[in-house]
Design a protein around this ligand. Structure first.
Ligand code: AMP
Ligand code: MG
Length: 422
């Protein structure tokens, strides 16, 4: 039996239903409540891209395996480098990558060598081809050459047994290459968390259905799908569920049966939370939080059956903001890796920003460098939480702190680039 993916939340936190929770507190609580998956599987190297290593990868032989040349030139022994003036050496053979020189260098001898080729026995430095005068079988070199120059020592990258990659590593293209260079064709990676998600709302129609008066197409399931797939979890799309207690209860129960994590959108705002609360009260343990942020103030979190539950607000921008600020780091922890660092940078705002103190705002902006190389950011117009085009146009959040009020054009603000998100 592996450890449960979610810990029960102490009930003393009930208080937080009544008060606003800061973003930091909300994140700390979420991260404390979820646990990494422990089950692993073996995958062919290519399939392991974007997956999380279950065990460290260690070198089974030195890397590089042989002492080799870092340059095209001539391999020779330091005793043949003149103390001053010029010395003449005889070229006795060649060492190419994959075709080493098999002999041993004698006094006054050099071997033509290419980058990556094995250093011949008896040689201990390489002279770049640009620094010799070659005439037929003979080369002339001067006095400036040091022992070991342009030589890559066997094991200088990794000694046998050394850790090349730690457990918990989210595998990158560079890692695949590194693992291949160590001779491994398979890796042990953690199982991906299974994430089931659905949208709630009587007004929601799926693509292909026609829209009645007041209906809208369900867009949240698409943004959620995109964010989850990019993150590298297994996704289960459970469609749209009506605002009906029996239907909601059935959807939650089946989601909890098949998934480690359930994500919903809608149904957690003040007007709707009551019956969601009733349904969830029977199936698990869920808190309804008011986070001091905009967009994304209402948020539900807890356990449904054995699954971790994130109840995101319904507004399309709120879904994306709360996913990136809370759900992504929690899922990264569940995947068995560390939450990705967020690269916030200072930028000058080109426009005045409306803001009320008392909550953190994640306004959408487009950041770029100006003609002097300084970062500046321009808000993407209307900041309503239903305006999804603002997320499409933006490449960053403008993060305005709790105490910040209106920000004048030209002031410095903090931006959080989407790079790590999308
Ligand atoms: P709710 O949180 O359910 O009160 O929804 C808040 C707003 O978000 C309402 O305008 C909903 O119509 C809208 N909304 C909720 N779910 C979705 C969805 N899946 N796709 C697009 N808009 C949604
Ligand atoms: Mg709704």
């Amino acid at each position: 039996m592996s450890a449960p993916l979610i810990n029960l939340i102490p009930s003393c936190e009930d208080d937080y239903d009544l008060h606003s929770l800061s973003c930091e507190d909300a994140l700390t609580r979420l991260l404390a409540a979820v646990n990494p998956v422990t089950a692993s599987e073996r995958l062919a190297l290519r399939q392991a891209l974007g997956r999380v290593l279950a065990a460290p990868v260690t070198a089974q032989f030195p890397v590089p395996a042989h002492t080799n040349s870092a340059m095209d030139g001539y391999a020779l022994a330091h005793r043949d480098v003149p103390a001053e003036g010029v010395a003449e050496l005889r070229v006795v053979g060649s060492s190419f990558a994959g075709k080493p020189y098999e002999g041993v260098l004698g006094a006054g001898e050099a071997v033509r060598i290419m980058t990556g080729a094995v250093m011949p026995e008896g040689s201990d430095l390489v002279v770049m081809q640009e620094q010799v005068i070659a005439e037929g079988e003979r080369i002339s070199i001067d006095a400036r050459h040091k022992r070991g120059q342009h030589v890559r020592a066997a094991g200088e990258d990794l000694k046998p047994g050394a850790e090349a990659l730690p457990a918990g590593r989210l595998l990158t293209p560079a890692d695949l290459g590194l693992v291949a260079s160590l001779g491994y064709g398979e890796l042990s990676v953690l199982r991906r968390p299974r994430v089931a998600f659905f949208s709630t709302g009587d007004e929601l129609r799926s693509l292909g259905e026609s829209l009645g008066r007041g209906d809208i197409y369900d867009s949240n399931r698409y943004t959620l799908y995109g964010m989850l797939v990019r993150l590298g979890v297994e996704v289960i799309d459970l469609g749209v569920v009506r605002d009906d207690p029996a239907a909601l209860k059935a959807a939650f129960a089946s989601a909890a049966d098949m998934a480690d994590v359930i994500i919903t959108s809608g149904g957690v705002s003040v007007g709707e939370a009551d019956y969601t609360k009733d349904v969830l009260g029977e199936l698990g343990e869920v808190r309804f939080w008011k986070v001091a942020m905009k967009p994304g103030r209402p948020l539900a979190f807890g356990r449904v059956g054995q699954a971790a539950f994130f109840g995101l607000p319904g507004n399309p921008v709120s879904v994306m903001v709360t996913f990136y600020q809370f759900v992504q780091p929690a899922l990264e922890k569940m995947m068995g890796t560390s939450p990705r660092p967020r690269w916030n940078l200072p930028a000058r705002t080109t426009a005045t920003l409306k803001k009320r103190p008392g909550r953190v705002e994640f306004q959408r902006g487009h950041a770029a460098r100006d003609a002097h190389g300084q970062w500046q950011v321009t808000p993407t117009g209307d900041q309503g939480s239903g305006i999804l085009s603002s997320m499409s146009q933006a490449n960053c959040f403008i993060v305005l702190g709790m105490d910040t009020g209106k920000v004048e054009a030209g002031s410095e603000v903090e931006v959080q680039l989407f790079e790590w998100l999308m």
